[in-house]
Structures are given as C-alpha cells and as structure tokens.
Design a protein around this ligand. Structure first.
Ligand code: TNX
Length: 505
C-alpha cells in the first residue's frame, strides 16, 4: 500500500483529515463573512493564482469561502476549517480566523484542471502562546518596508511575536525625544561600516500597526548594560571606557576587525567590551527616559532589556543593574524580558521572562539561570542557539551567517523537544523564538535565505503539539518542500537546501 502524501501544511495542524473531492477556485469564487480577515485572503489568492475573488455578504453558494468567528471553535488562536461544496473557516477569535485563512492559502494548489482545494476537515490550535522571531536591526538596519515584509512572512507561518533588537554596539535604531543625539550620532553606521539608519516614532508606530494587523506583537529590546558602545557616540559621559577581553581580541584577529575605540563608530562585531556607567545616576535618567518612551509606543506586554554578554562588568554591578532595570520596567506597567544571564541575579523583578540562548544540551549554569526566572514567577522563551539561531550557517560552505553554535540544517532546527530542554515544568515555557542576528546579513534577500526554510521548521515546533499525527521529520521535509510555490509567489528567496524535496505545485 502506498501512503497518501501528507497535506501540504506547515505548521501541521493538531488534526487534519483529507476527504475525497476538490473545490475549484474560479473567477466566480467569492469570499463571504468577516470583513477584517477577508482582504489578506483575497490578496493572497490573487498573488498566487492571478484570480481575485470578490467579497460579498449574501448566502454562500457552492465554491464560495465563508469566514466567521465563533468562540466555541477552539481555544485562543484556534480555528476550524472545512472544505466541501463550500469552504468554511471558523475562528475562535480574530487571530484564529487569520490562521485559518493562512492554512487555506497553503491548501490552495494548481493541477492540470486548474486551481482548487482538496476537501478537508481541520481542527487546529497552538501549543505555545509565544511564537516568535527576532530581527537584529542594530548590526544591520532594515527599512520599515522590509520589516513589514518580514512580518508578513512570519505571520504566514502562524508566528505571533517579532522581537526587534533595537540597539547594540554598532548602532541605535529608534529616535528618543528626550535623548535626541541618539538618532543623530549613534545610528549612522552598521556592522562592516555599512550604512546605518534609525526609525522615527512614526516609523515605529507603522511597524507596530502593520504587525497588529497580522496578529503579531512587537517586542522591543534595548540591550543593557552591555552592547552599548553606540550610546557613547552621542552621550560619552554615561558609557565606560572599553574593556578588552580574550574573546574580543581573538575575534578581532580572526576577522581582521579594528578594536573598539570610545567615541568612534564600532564596525566589528566582537562582544562584551562595553557597559553603561552602572553606578552613575545620569545613566539611570537615560534608562528611565528611554524605557518610558518605548513603553508609550508599545501596546504589547513585553519590554526586553537585554542583559547578555556583560563580560567586562563585575557580578555585583551586573546584579545591581538587572535588579533595578527589571523593577523599572515593572513600574512602567510592562513585563521585563531578559537574556538568560540575568537569571544569575537573585533579585530580578518577579515575573521577569527569561530568554534561553544556550545549546540544546544545556550546560548546568545556563540551565540554573533559566530556572531562576521560573522560581521568581516568570516564564521562559526558548531560543537554543544550535537549533533556532537563524544566523547559523546551514553547512560550513554556506556564504552567509556565523557558526559559533555549530551549523544548523532543517533537521537540527526541528530535532529537539521544547518540553525536555530545561529542568522546568512545561507550563513555565511561554514559547519559542528564532533570532536572526545580522552581523553578516545585509538585505532582505540575505534574511530570506537564512529564515526560509528553517523558520518553517521552528514554527512547527512552536505551534504543533508534540503528539500530533504527521509531526515528524520525514513528513516535515515533504510538507516544507510543498511550500516552494507559495514562497515563490511571495517573492521569498529561500535557500533551496538539498535536504528538502522541493516541489513545483
Ligand atoms: C550572541 S545571543 C549574541 C549576539 C550575537 C549572536 C550571534 C545573544 C544574547 N548575544 O550578540 O549577535 O550571538 O550569533
């Protein structure tokens, strides 16, 4: 017996049953019902097929698509989808309805007889509430339109958070009214001496609004107290002199980078050499003003304050900084998020979310740091670097990316179990996030090649329950291969890795 191909869906739904029959897409097909969800579906169908369905409000006829909301259709972000004579998508909420339409777009296929949808019955809802991607706009700046495109790509895979790494040694990327020299002096360059850039507050609001229209929450990060060289280009008095470390010196030699000089742009990408002046009250004016202005721009619940790789900072100063900064974010009415190193600090604010970026076989110290967030009533975002770091090379020969955590192919991206990574209960895992650090990433095309197909594999881990039928690597490879025609019609320059059996229809 030959097993039927799995349905061409990534992430694979909780339950999906193919039935005999096919509903054709024709020039007569109409989209009925929920007005908010319809335009994305109509645009998606038109981009893909050249057929632009009309929208209507009367009773459905055979061949129509009906969109509606019903809280009984599942838990938060869940949906039901049935394709028969009519296609019906029922969202448990607006996000669920949006995800149902994304599933419908993946099911839409061309055959000799034309475009259409296989008859199916699907029930679906996410495993994790936080399904994220991170974009480092500090090492290389990405203009607003490109960020919007990346949001669209992430939303199509049912991700619901985009973390923006807005500041680092190489540049500061968001205008702050109370410290105006940041946008003037701290943002002009990127890594390698490439051009910099900075979002105005209106730019940033446009990103937040575009994300919200795709059910994505923006998580802003200002990386503190380290990764702060660029601040010193504008406000030298609140930044320490650089502290050289072995890691920085060996990277500089290996990569031919100049060493950082206080007050001058840094275009290498060594880490751990800078810190704000932790015991200086003027620094706290800065931290409070910046976080207050960002909190005002942020409808979402999270403010990320970094905390990684403060290699030149004493343990006591680091603890003082993270305690005070997490408390400040809480006072501003937001939930602090910090990289896992901050879990070494006993008194981080209760409820602080930790972001784990160690390996899939954690070292004991990192695991203990991550567990401390949970002991303080917080939850964890999992970003194991040897699985979900989108800036790792696919293989040694790949021209883009880094390889400090190893090389990461699609298999490595998906071959780990989030519930077993760290010594914490499953309920304390908020979700998964795949970071794209951009030391070597200079354009949207570069980003596409690193994100696709691996982001699809990560999205499946974040969305689909571990015990769902078809959630296995063989099925995933085939289902990813069948995304190629959609990705092509969306202009995604994915990496055609030979691991995947790419298909044309
Ligand atoms: C580690 S992950 C970093 C970043 C680099 C990245 C490159 C983390 C919290 N810090 O500063 O860009 O590696 O892969």
């Amino acid at each position: 017996m030959v097993l039927p191909d799995p349905l061409p869906l990534v992430p694979v739904p909780r339950s999906a049953i193919a039935e005999a029959g096919r509903m054709p897409l024709t020039g007569e097909t109409r989209i009925l019902g929920d007005a908010a969800a319809a335009p994305h579906l109509i645009d998606g169908i038109a981009r893909r097929t050249g057929i632009r369905p009309s929208s209507a409000t009367d009773e459905p006829r055979a061949g129509d698509v009906l969109l509606r909301l019903d809280p009984a259709a599942g838990p938060a972000e869940g949906y039901r989808l049935r394709v028969g004579d009519v296609a019906e998508v029922i969202g448990a909420d607006a996000a669920g309805l949006f995800y149902g339409t994304q599933t419908l777009l993946q099911l839409l296929r061309e055959r000799d007889e034309g475009w259409g949808w296989q008859h199916v019955r699907i029930e679906d809802a996410p495993r994790f509430a936080y399904r994220g991607m991170m974009l480092d706009v500090a090492r290389h700046f990405f203009p607003v339109d490109e960020v919007k495109t990346i949001i669209d790509r992430a939303a199509a895979l049912k991700l619901n958070h985009l973390h923006l790494h807005l500041s680092d040694d190489q540049g500061w990327r968001l205008h702050i009214d109370s410290w105006p020299l940041l946008s003037e002096k701290s943002s002009v360059t990127s890594a390698n001496g490439d051009a910099g850039g900075c979002y105005s507050k209106d730019d940033y609001r446009a990103i937040v609004a575009h994300a919200a229209s795709r059910h994505i929450t923006i998580v802003p990060e200002i990386d503190l107290p380290g990764h702060t060289h660029a601040i010193g280009l504008a406000y030298r008095e609140i930044v320490e002199e650089p502290v050289m470390n072995d890691h920085l010196l060996s990277d500089a030699t290996r990569l031919g980078h100049a060493l950082p000089v206080a007050g001058e742009p840094y275009i290498g990408w060594g880490v751990g050499h800078f810190s704000v002046r932790i015991r200086e009250e003027r620094t706290w004016d800065f931290v409070r003003d910046v976080l207050t202005e960002i909190a005002e721009l942020t409808p979402g619940p999270y403010l990320h304050i970094g905390g990684d790789e403060s290699l030149g900072t004493s343990e006591a100063d680091f603890a003082y900084f993270m305690e005070r900064a997490t408390a400040l974010v809480t006072e501003l009415g937001k939930s602090p998020v910090a990289w896992h190193e901050a879990g070494a600090v006993e008194g981080i604010a209760e409820g602080t979310v930790g972001q784990y970026w160690g390996l899939t076989s954690p070292d004991g110290a990192h695991a203990a740091q991550a567990a401390h967030f949970v002991a303080r009533g917080g939850r964890l975002i999992l970003s194991p670097a040897d699985a979900v770091y989108l800036d790792m090379k696919y293989d040694e020969a790949f021209p883009l990316g880094l390889s400090w955590a190893g090389v990461v192919d699609v298999h490595a991206a998906s071959d780990w179990e989030p519930g077993e990574l760290l010594p914490v209960p499953e309920e304390s895992i908020l979700g998964i996030e795949a970071p794209l650090w951009t030391e070597t990433v200079r354009s949207l095309d570069d980003a596409d090649r690193l994100t696709h197909p691996r982001l699809a594999a990560v999205a499946e881990l974040a969305w689909t329950a571990a015990d769902a039928a078809e959630r296995n690597s063989e099925s995933l490879r085939h289902r990813i291969g069948r995304q190629a025609p959609l990705w092509q019609s969306d202009g995604i320059r994915y990496h055609p890795t030979p691991e995947i059996p790419w298909s044309t229809r």
